[in-house]
Design a protein around this ligand. Structure first.
Ligand SMILES: Cc1ncc(COP(=O)(O)O)c(C=O)c1O
Length: 331
């Protein structure tokens, strides 16, 4: 069995025990359909299968590619594209899948695009405070009427409270989440349907309004979510090789082309990160390192980190147990 020392670096690895702990923790807290795992956090069919085995039949996706990959892998029981798409070719491709497909719409244009492509089921995406997609809560009812007039079936609403999920203070996080969900519930009263889809890893245990939670990062975790002190473990690391040592600092071969940096610098085991460049981390180690030694880097944001890598290796300490393709990359 290969060891982590034999992996070509930078190598994306996931620690088995931490992974199992995270999967089981959320499956207990949000059993079966209460969790609709967001696959954008891991983009890996092997991991989606584990989530399905734990009872979660539906998945949340950010890109058409994620839906296509899951459907082709036989994981298409109930797929939600929690994102707006207007590309007619991609929408037609989704309509042809052997899968149950629901897409988010937040405008007449996205409703018309879904209907024209032959899609059937939609959710009304509501802006609950994150300035991204979503219609105004008070516009949701009229949009649902319009969608129904176009022949679409409206399953309910979704509204992602992304502006709350990273707030370290739990009381504040919960308060803002409740406010966001009040908006979503108001929209739902006008829209109808059985689905109220929302939530992320930071709000999985305080969002009580949603019928299903779209958490994704809980599987792998990152330094941004560690600040919240959730009962979840760091499972994802990037293994790097020390390629140069100088007086007081060392350099390893992982940089911002192998790490999602939008949440800041990564952390490094037994060292302090000074700065990152394209292919390098310059860091101050706690003990002198030799060229060729391996170091573990903890990404600040798991989702974009995963998307940079072709493979994800399941490890148990030093042993590499399995290697999976990160097969849901792309759009
Ligand atoms: C639509 C949507 N739902 C849910 C999530 C939750 O993801 P996470 O669990 O990583 O916070 C995200 C993350 O950005 C998202 O965009």
């Amino acid at each position: 069995m290969p060891t982590v020392h034999e992996l070509a670096t930078p190598a994306l690895v996931v620690e088995r025990d931490a992974l199992e702990h995270n999967l089981v923790t959320l499956a207990r807290a949000l059993p079966r359909e209460r969790l609709r795992p967001h696959v954008k956090a891991h983009k890996c069919i092997a991991l989606a299968r584990r989530q399905q085995l734990l009872g979660h039949r539906g998945f949340t996706c950010a890109t058409p590619r994620e839906l296509v990959g899951l459907a082709e892998a036989g994981l298409g029981d109930d797929l939600l594209l929690a994102n707006e798409v207007v590309d007619p070719d991609r929408l037609r491709q989704l309509a042809r899948l052997d899968a149950r497909v629901t897409v988010a719409i937040d405008s007449e244009a996205t409703a018309a695009a879904a209907a024209a492509a032959g899609l059937v089921e939609v959710l009304i995406d509501v802006n609950v405070g994150l300035p991204r997609c979503g219609c105004a809560p008070e516009a949701a009812g009229a949009l649902a009427d319009r969608a129904r007039a176009l022949g679409l079936e409206v399953r309910g609403v979704m509204g992602y409270e992304g502006h709350c999920v990273g707030i370290p203070d739990r009381a504040k996080r919960e308060e803002l989440c409740n406010r966001a969900m009040d908006m979503l519930l108001a929209a739902h009263r006008d829209v109808g349907g059985s689905v109220i889809s929302a939530g992320g890893t930071g709000t999985y245990d305080c969002n009580r309004a949603a019928t299903e939670i779209q958490a994704g990062s809980y599987v792998l975790m990152d330094t941004a979510y560690q600040k919240l002190e959730l009962p979840l473990r760091q499972a994802l690391h990037v293994i790097a090789t020390v390629i140069s040592v100088s007086d007081g600092f060392s350099i390893c071969d992982a940089g911002l082309k192998s790490l999602g940096m939008d949440h800041g610098n990564p952390e490094i085991e037994n060292g302090e990160v000074l700065f990152c460049s394209d292919e390098h981390i310059t860091f101050k180690p706690q003990r002198p390192l030799r060229v060729g030694e391996r170091v573990r880097v903890v990404p600040a944001h798991c989702d974009p980190t995963v998307a940079y890598h072709e493979r994800l290796h399941l490890i148990d300490g030093e042993r590499v147990l399995e290697s999976w393709e990160v097969d849901l990359r792309g759009w």
